[in-house]
Design a protein around this ligand. Structure first.
Ligand SMILES: Cc1cc2nc3c(=O)[nH]c(=O)nc-3n(C[C@H](O)[C@H](O)[C@H](O)COP(=O)(O)OP(=O)(O)OC[C@H]3O[C@@H](n4cnc5c(N)ncnc54)[C@H](O)[C@@H]3O)c2cc1C
Length: 386
């Protein structure tokens, strides 16, 4: 029932984050993106207030909550027009994986900084020749004495320039079977042989994407996160929060676009009533609101399952939530732009840039089609085409 009725402390958290978001707002996010910097003031203030580490364990400086609370924070910042994309990566994926599977030394080294915002981690899984098929990734680690040598390529990795390290998904050869198994490595930004090239994206966002080359990057034994034999389990522990958080990102952005459109539709009059009185304008906005609310319900269900320790149940719900939120966001933004007519495409109203931004939630971290494949195969038991 907690999924359906938001507890008082979550309402209070929602209200407090929304107030912080309003102080920064869309203008701040737009200015930071135009300057080519990133929203460090908002990041640090949100962290200081305990919002960014809300999901991390208390003994390492976190709030002791879960993905439920963290997703709520991201949604509210997005609704205020200033989402922090790196929340999906740093506290949600990397923080969760280290908190659940890291060694004591890794937890002490990383979690307090991820929680108080002074340290940041990126996450790299996507490869140019593997794309949606992460079984095909070829970034490989081989042993050299007690060290590891990591070689491979990654693409579209967000925030590598501002991150102290990147959690890289690679593979190691199983000593017994010779087969490659997934594993995760913490690669410091300045590691030798670790180079990045910025990808020129048509996105008006502060966070930048990079192509990465790892050329025999030498890493100490302690760069491997957790257990060499539990790589897949550890990876999925991070991917479910990533999907839930992407849903929060999408719902926040959709809410932001919708609220601007509703405000405009109430005021703009070109005949004798505000345009919002015409059902051709009102109904699609109402539909967008319903879609966003439904997506949020699924997101909350996924977050509750995840926080309750049901990784398998959370997997299906997180995929569905990401799908529903991505689609709801794309439609809300599209309708918002249309509602503003010509103003929908001006810089002043700030909606046109959301058209490309909204598409990110449809493509990443797992595309719409791959979620439909997942539901077809895993939930419905239909055969595979690939
Ligand atoms: C802004 C942004 C930020 C990102 N940040 C990160 C990050 O921080 N770290 C990271 O690792 N990655 C990141 N990514 C990468 C993202 O996760 C990938 O783009 C995504 O997984 C899709 O992979 P791809 O681009 O290679 O597309 P492809 O796999 O080439 O797919 C192309 C199209 O084909 C479709 N398709 C592929 N296979 C099938 C199939 N079997 N059935 C039906 N359709 C199919 C897909 O749905 C898609 O529409 C980011 C991407 C973007 C755009």
């Amino acid at each position: 029932m907690t999924t359906l009725v938001e507890p008082e402390e979550h309402k209070a958290l929602r209200g407090a984050v929304a107030a912080l978001g309003r102080r920064y707002g869309r203008d701040y996010a737009t200015r930071v993106a135009a300057e080519g910097t990133w929203p460090s003031e908002l990041w640090l203030e949100a962290a200081k207030l305990g919002y960014l580490g809300v999901n991390l364990p208390q003994e390492y400086g976190g709030g002791g909550g879960g993905i439920t609370e963290l997703s709520l924070v991201l949604e509210e910042l997005g609704a205020a027009g200033c989402p922090l994309l790196m929340m999906i990566v740093s506290p949600a994926i990397c923080g969760t994986v280290i908190a659940r599977f890291g060694t004591e030394e890794q937890k002490r080294r990383w979690l307090p900084g991820l929680a108080d915002g002074t340290r940041l981690m990126a996450f790299g899984i996507t490869e140019p020749d593997a794309g949606s098929n992460s079984h095909r990734i070829t970034t490989t680690a081989r042993r050299d004495g007690t060290d590891w040598l990591l070689t491979g390529r990654k693409v579209f990795v967000s925030g590598v320039d501002i991150a102290d390290a990147t959690l890289i998904v690679g593979r190691t050869a199983d000593a017994r079977t010779g087969r490659l198994k997934p594993c995760l490595f913490i690669v410091p930004r300045d590691a030798r042989g670790f180079t990045r090239r910025r990808i020129d994206m048509e996105l008006h966002a502060a966070e930048k994407q990079f192509e990465l080359t790892l050329d025999d990057v030498r890493l100490p034994a302690e760069a491997l996160v957790g257990d060499e034999d539990a790589g897949l389990l550890q990876l999925f522990a991070g991917l479910n929060p990533e999907r839930i958080m992407t849903a929060a990102f999408a719902i926040g952005m959709g809410r932001h676009a919708l609220s601007r459109a509703v405000r405009y539709a109430r005021e703009r009059t070109v005949w004798n009533t505000p345009i919002g009185a015409h059902q051709a304008i009102a109904h699609p906005l109402a539909q967008a609101h319903i879609d966003l609310e439904l997506a949020r319900l699924m997101m909350q269900k996924a977050a509750h399952l995840y926080d309750a320790g049901d990784d398998a149940g959370a997997g299906e719900a997180a995929n569905m939530a990401k799908y529903a939120a991505g689609e709801a966001c794309v439609r809300a933004v599209d309708q918002a732009v249309h509602t503003l007519g010509g103003n929908g495409l001006t810089r002043e109203f700030g909606l046109a840039s959301l058209v490309t931004a909204a598409r990110v939630a449809r493509i990443a971290p797992v595309s719409r089609e791959m979620i439909l494949n997942y539901v077809s195969h895993q939930t419905l038991g239909l055969p595979k085409s690939y």
